[in-house]
Design a protein around this ligand. Structure first.
Ligand SMILES: [Zn+2]
Length: 248
């Protein structure tokens, strides 16, 4: 019998679901091979040794065996991130981040930075002592999305106008989600007159926050004290940018 081809790596469990009668399918974001869809044989049987190691959010050491469908041959949980489930907001935002990672990445495209970024997001949530407020969750998730998008090559331009390249200042700036950046008021007026293009406003505070999010880690971002209104603005811009960039 030929020797089975195996590979070892670290992975974060994004999600799992029953697959066929006794198996499970698991989606892992791995350090070395990117996102992988794997079968976990026999995981639905009560005696399964693997089942307990493939809970969502867990960091696992994985041995992957190549087959007609690759499967998880062995797994050992290194960190089960139990505190992520401690309050509903933490659980919600951890799940939302993994779902963004799942949606924005393709299978088998290695990107170790994305692995470490997701690790640091989950680690922050797991080490946090106090309950997570909705506002903190929203801003952390927005930061995660901007960082993932920057890693995938969609960093927005936040210093100069997309059209005339003038350094931005504190005025009535607009956000162009499709082109990924800010448009100054003079250029926004011209776009409106020439092409009837209407771009949504972005406040000066929100521009400063977006710059901060790309340059700081989750611990530093969680220490920001922001008004609810600003959090809502940043969350809405983030959602718009993500949707327009990835759903066109
Ligand atoms: Zn301009």
């Amino acid at each position: 019998m030929p020797k089975e081809e195996t590979k070892n790596t670290l992975g974060i469990v994004i999600k799992r679901r029953p697959f066929k009668e006794y198996d499970r399918a698991v989606v892992l974001y791995t350090r070395d091979f990117g996102k992988l869809n794997l079968v976990v044989r026999g995981a639905e049987r009560p005696a399964s040794k693997l089942a307990g190691h493939i809970e969502p959010f867990s960091l696992i050491e994985a041995m992957i065996i190549k087959g007609r469908r690759d499967y998880l041959g062995a797994a050992r949980s290194l960190d089960s991130r139990l505190k992520v489930g401690q309050d509903l907001n933490r659980l919600f935002y951890a799940g939302a981040a993994l779902s963004v990672l799942d949606k924005l990445t393709k299978e088998g495209e290695p990107d170790a930075e994305l692995f470490f970024l997701t690790e640091s997001f989950l680690e922050y949530l797991d080490r946090r002592v106090a309950d997570l407020s909705k506002e903190k969750g929203e801003i952390l998730l927005a930061a995660f999305v901007w960082k993932v998008m920057a890693e995938l090559g969609y960093a927005p331009r936040l210093e100069t106008c997309l059209v005339c390249a003038k350094t931005l200042s504190e005025e009535d700036n607009r956000f162009d989600a499709l082109k990924g950046g800010i448009v100054c008021p003079a250029c926004a007026d011209r776009l409106f007159q020439e092409r009837h293009e209407v771009l949504p406003r972005i406040s000066w505070e929100a521009i400063k926050i977006l710059r901060f999010l790309s340059a700081h880690d989750f611990y530093q971002i969680a220490r920001l004290a922001l008004s609810d209104e600003l959090v809502r603005e940043v969350a809405a811009l983030t959602e718009r940018f993500k949707t327009i960039t990835f759903e066109q």
